[in-house]
Design a protein around this ligand. Structure first.
Ligand SMILES: NC(=O)c1ccc[n+]([C@@H]2O[C@H](COP(=O)([O-])OP(=O)(O)OC[C@H]3O[C@@H](n4cnc5c(N)ncnc54)[C@H](O)[C@@H]3O)[C@@H](O)[C@H]2O)c1
Length: 666
């Protein structure tokens, strides 16, 4: 049966044969065995709902084995036989082009070249799922192949509840992931309800079909490193020959050396796992590998003296590097850390002074000792960072819970007020005030023709739009505009495409809408095929996350999630092709609410109307909220927007003099 017929078939008419697990696949970790016997029966009963009764006896046993062996029921046998990857939009069997665009994006998120654990339908982040099982994939694709222009598919954590009559203006798909009653939203609740097959963790862009591979993270990291250097360098000085010291060459952290190269500095990135470091080196994401500290010191001194732009991976513990650089008086301009401290006790962060293999043995055999060693290392790590910052190093937390875990371990990282940390997070100091508050965020697009030449044309269109807008841009945002122009002009040569023909570009509300409108016009002229627009949820308006995206909100509202909810509802009636809202993402289940959208541009006048209405709201919703929180950059941006958009009226915050508050009888 060909690809189209398999898609249209959904759950196959005959029970497919059991498949061997692909030898080269990167299997998802075994999940916690958390269900009681009765709950396990319920999980199997739930899974069997997708299949005819005649298959139940055979499948029940198989699903029970999957649950016992892997902690989840993936229904491996039902994975389709065709290669899953973003195909040209015209290849998808569909009655509605918007539905075909969604199929393309789903397939891109499950492409083995893009996805982390494709057999388990996990796109990234260890647990960022597109679906919980292969029955959900098959049914969803079937529904999309049958969908008409006035139907909407409602998806509950990967489960396609069904096609409902709606209207041509409505989104074609509404996605929710991990939405829980708040009191049942702790990490173990996720394990339990995911194992039961009734919810899933969609991360940010996985469950909304908008992940585009590592390109997204490279761009965000580049913006962060460039702006961090701007904070510390004198005007006119350049990052050449100046050191950015950090750790981690894993999933996201592996983008740091590439970003450092684009930002023109010396990146020293420690990685304890030699395999991870070697892989990044082979992929060309880091220039040089060094495995002993003396050689590293000698190499770095040369790089400094010659003002080089180079990235060096040190195979070993980052604490050793910080300490050696202190002893040798090597000045570090920028310091950060991207070890996985959101997961400190099972391999996210390795203790100093013992080998990688020994540490892994301790995790399995002596977890308490491992925990103690991690905490000792964190204290040492904090102490040596403090020594460097006393000499002038600018250190920032990279959203990986370094400061949180160091403080829990008793490290010296608290500010004098005992509430805040000594050091800012990358959002508090950099992305928040310099990007998000002005509306700049990770806008992205995918050329659905699958042609590289379409991507080249869209790059050129976007660059021309930004160059035009730059002529009129106020001084406050000229630097961001210039960075984005440089990025898009160099994007092709940075060879960042993995999977679909996709591009990311930080842009503000005006930039996003103008670029999108120019794409739509080019599609109408037949110069390029249809384009899908979207964004990372790690953006101005999409995400409420008190220790990350909204960590620079200081009016107390960072623990609320109204912005993300308004975002997804507002986008849905302004023309999004699909919308998604997730509990959890990046920092964990119960810690964040994040929403996103996808929008197909097909060259029509209707698409032009929709993109203007939806992109405007999608960004300005967040700027309005940030302005209400008294963020001055957002205040500037929303007033500018109101001046050019008469129908926009935003409630503005009045500032209170400190003296008035100081006199109050508290
Ligand atoms: N890049 C971003 O924009 C961004 C944004 C927010 C949060 N984060 C956070 O960054 C962290 C890293 O993400 P990831 O996907 O790269 O995780 P990952 O687990 O794939 O990579 C982390 C790497 O750190 C290495 N490591 C651990 N301890 C070390 C030590 N002491 N010295 C040297 N190396 C050590 C590990 O071997 C691993 O390869 C996560 O906590 C993530 O949430 C990143």
């Amino acid at each position: 049966m060909n690809f189209q017929d398999q898609i249209k078939q959904g759950i196959p008419a005959e029970l497919p044969a059991v498949k061997p697990y692909p030898a080269d696949a990167n299997r998802a970790p075994k999940r916690k065995d958390i269900l009681t016997k009765v709950e396990k029966q319920l999980a199997v009963r739930n899974a069997l709902r997708y299949f005819p009764k005649a298959w139940h006896a055979e499948l029940a046993l198989e699903f029970a084995r999957e649950l016992n062996d892997f902690g989840r029921i993936y229904m491996y046998r039902f994975k389709p036989d065709f290669a899953i990857k973003a195909r040209p939009i015209s290849d998808y069997p569909a009655k509605c082009q918007q539905a075909a665009a969604i199929m393309l994006m789903i397939d891109n998120n499950l492409d083995p070249a893009v996805a982390q654990h494709p057999e388990e339908l996990i796109t990234y982040g260890g647990n960022g799922a597109v679906f919980q099982n292969w029955a959900q994939y098959r049914l969803t694709m079937k529904y999309l192949s049958e969908m008409l222009d006035d139907q909407t598919l409602h998806m509950y954590s990967g489960h396609p509840m069904g096609l409902f009559p709606s209207s041509v203006e409505a989104p074609r798909v509404v996605v929710t992931n991990g939405m829980m009653i708040p009191n049942y939203s702790k990490p173990d609740d996720w394990e339990r309800f995911n194992a039961l097959g009734v919810t899933q963790y969609g991360q940010m862009t996985a469950g909304s079909f908008m992940y585009i591979g590592p390109q997204g993270i490279v761009h965000g990291t580049t913006i962060t490193v460039m702006n961090a250097f701007r904070k510390v360098l004198q005007k006119g000085d350049t990052p050449h020959g100046k050191i950015f010291l950090t750790a981690g060459l894993g999933g996201m952290s592996g983008a740091q050396p590439k970003a450092g190269n684009i930002a023109n500095c010396i990146t020293v990135c420690a990685e304890v796992n030699a395999k991870a470091a070697t892989k990044r080196h082979q992929q060309g994401w880091v220039d040089e590998l060094v495995d002993n500290i003396d050689a590293l010191i000698a190499r770095v001194k040369v790089a400094q003296a010659e003002a080089e732009v180079v990235s060096i991976a040190y195979i070993g513990n980052v604490v050793d590097v910080w300490e050696a650089f202190d002893a040798e008086d090597i000045f570090v301009h920028l310091g950060s850390d991207q070890t996985s401290l959101h997961n400190p006790w099972s391999g996210g962060y390795y203790p100093v002074g013992i080998s990688y293999d020994e540490a892994n043995r301790l995790i399995r055999e002596e977890p308490e000792l491992f925990r103690a060693k991690v905490q000792d290392t964190l204290k040492r790590h904090a102490a040596i960072v403090n020594k460097h910052t006393a000499k002038g190093t600018y250190f920032f937390d990279y959203g990986n819970a370094f400061l949180l875990e160091a403080s829990r371990a008793g490290g010296d990282v608290m500010a004098q007020n005992g509430i805040d940390f000594k050091y800012p997070s990358y959002v508090q100091d950099i992305l928040g005030p310099m990007c998000f508050d002005y509306g700049f965020g990770p806008f992205r697009w995918v050329c659905t023709s699958g042609k590289a030449e379409d991507l080249d044309k869209t790059d050129a269109i976007a660059a021309a739009v930004l160059q035009r807008l730059m002529l009129e841009a106020p001084e406050e945002i000229q630097q961001q505009m210039q960075d984005n122009i440089t990025w898009i002009l160099d994007a092709k040569q940075n060879k960042l495409v993995v999977g679909s023909q996709a591009r990311i570009l930080y842009a503000d509300a005006e930039g996003r809408a103008e670029i999108a409108a120019a794409f739509n016009a080019a599609i109408a002229r037949g110069e390029i095929g249809p384009v899908v627009l979207g964004r990372d949820h790690h953006d101005v308006s999409g995400t409420d996350s008190p220790f990350r995206e909204t960590s620079n909100i200081y009016d107390g509202s960072r623990f609320t999630a109204d912005m993300a909810i308004h975002n997804v509802i507002g986008d849905s009636f302004r023309g999004a092709t699909w919308v998604s809202i997730h509990n959890g993402g990046g920092v964990g289940w119960g810690e964040v609410m994040n929403g996103g959208f996808g929008m197909l541009l097909d060259g029509s006048a209707e698409a032009d109307r929709r993109l203007k209405s939806m992109l405007f709201f999608d960004v300005n919703n967040g700027i309005a909220r940030r302005s209400w929180a008294r963020n001055s950059e957002a205040d500037f941006a929303i007033k500018r927007e109101m001046a050019r958009t008469p129908k926009l009226q935003v409630t503005l915050a009045n500032r209170v003099d400190d003296e008035i508050l100081a006199q109050l009888p508290f």
